[in-house]
Design a protein around this ligand. Structure first.
Ligand code: F6P
Length: 377
């Protein structure tokens, strides 16, 4: 065993969970311990940091968790500078920093998506503590990395769902609308839609025209196709909504809120879902008399065991993080770039949402297999 260093790291998981979190905790902890670092687990994300709720991590605790879904540390969407306490929102950054020092940490390792990257950076900037992050989310929308962990597992679940919908849709000659998560990014819907052979794929990055979607479905029916599967991302917007949003933005001098899901209810920082699939099904019925059934995959996409790809990715990213921590490289995110695990400066990641570029090769791929993306090509 190569024990080259001393020190203590804290580790927490924040934001929405996904398959692979335990695999990353295991990777970071095992590698860090290999190099001689002590590891402390922090419960329920940044809330546990503020409230000093911790658990020591040893080899036994992280043994056998590689394949387990969720996070054994617990997670929350809390942010230190905007904590809800007794119905009030308070800045508890100082409490978070106090716990860091009380635990004598050399670095705080944060596993999370865009919100977590921001919170970690804020703690570094305002609290002067060392942080290291890892890119987690089924949405695949973290900048600075080619992929986030959890995405592949969620894509496999959504793809299997689309496969299953195909068989029942064929039996009954039906149109089925399947809603896929992803927040404001279309990666999950596009990836699973292509892999599952969806006939229409609607993503937030390409505002859709309902008439174009309806005509595509009617053409398929006339051609004798017994089924049509529509994969929709939860963040889709129509062309009409996109125009209204752009003009609101223009008239407010660019201050109007961009992004967001029409009809969605915002609760704190995160939206509470209202199935856009139902809205689309109703509109298709009204416009073209197409009867459509609806399936909203919801949190099933975040549950269960990670795929082999994610287990490998999580173990690679986690152990790389352990190695960098032993070298005292802080204030970075460990990313996958061109199949290499590399550190990227955290400030280059925060505040940037990586959505699907409209010229992305997956878009071209989808169009070449005659998938309708809801726009004029
Ligand atoms: O960010 C991951 C994600 O699953 C999004 O795809 C989705 O919009 C959101 O979280 C759901 O959040 P919650 O679990 O808080 O309902």
């Amino acid at each position: 065993m190569a024990k080259q260093t001393t020190g203590t790291i804290g580790i927490l998981t924040a934001g929405g969970d996904c398959p692979g979190l335990n695999a990353v905790i295991r990777g970071v902890a095992k590698a860090a311990m290999h190099y001689g670092l002590k590891v402390v687990g922090i419960q329920d994300g940044f809330r546990g940091l503020v409230e000093n709720r911790t658990t020591p991590i040893d080899n036994k605790l992280v043994s056998g968790i590689l394949t387990q879904g969720g996070t054994f540390l617990g997670s929350s969407r809390d942010r230190p500078h905007k904590m809800k306490v007794n119905g009030r929102t308070v800045d508890l950054t100082a409490e978070a920093v106090k716990t860091y020092h009380k635990l004598k940490l050399d670095c705080l390792v944060c596993l999370g998506g865009n919100g977590t990257q921001k919170s970690a950076w804020r703690l570094h900037e305002r609290g002067g503590i060392n942080v290291l992050t890892l890119p987690k989310t089924i949405d695949n929308d973290v900048a600075g990395t080619d992929i986030t962990f959890g995405f592949d597992s969620a894509m496999a679940i959504a793809t299997e769902a689309i496969d299953r919908l195909h068989t029942t849709a064929t039996s009954h000659q039906r149109v089925i609308v399947c809603e896929v998560m992803g927040h404001d990014a279309g990666w999950l819907c596009l990836g699973s839609g292509i892999a599952g052979g969806a006939d229409v794929i609607l993503i937030p990055e390409i505002p859709y025209d309902l008439e174009i979607v309806a005509q595509h479905l009617l053409r398929r029916r006339r051609a004798g196709k017994r089924f049509s599967i529509i994969a929709v991302a939860e963040g889709i917007i129509s062309q009409q909504e996109a125009r209204a949003r752009a003009s609101a933005q223009h008239s407010s001098g660019g201050t109007a809120e961009a992004g967001g899901v029409p009809g969605a209810v915002y609760h704190g920082i995160h939206l509470v879902q209202e199935p856009v699939a139902s809205r689309l099904a109703r509109q298709l019925q009204q416009l073209a008399g197409l009867e459509a059934r609806v399936t909203s995959l919801g949190h099933v996409q975040r549950g269960g065991t990670p795929t082999a790809f994610d287990r490998l990715l999580c173990t690679r990213l986690g152990t790389k993080a352990g190695e960098l921590l032993a070298k005292k490289q802080y204030n970075i995110m460990v990313a996958l770039k061109s199949n290499e695990c590399v550190p990227v400066p955290l400030q280059k990641v925060v505040g940037i949402k990586r959505v699907v570029p409209v010229d992305h090769p997956w878009i071209k791929t989808a169009r070449l297999v005659e998938t309708c993306l809801g726009d004029e090509e």
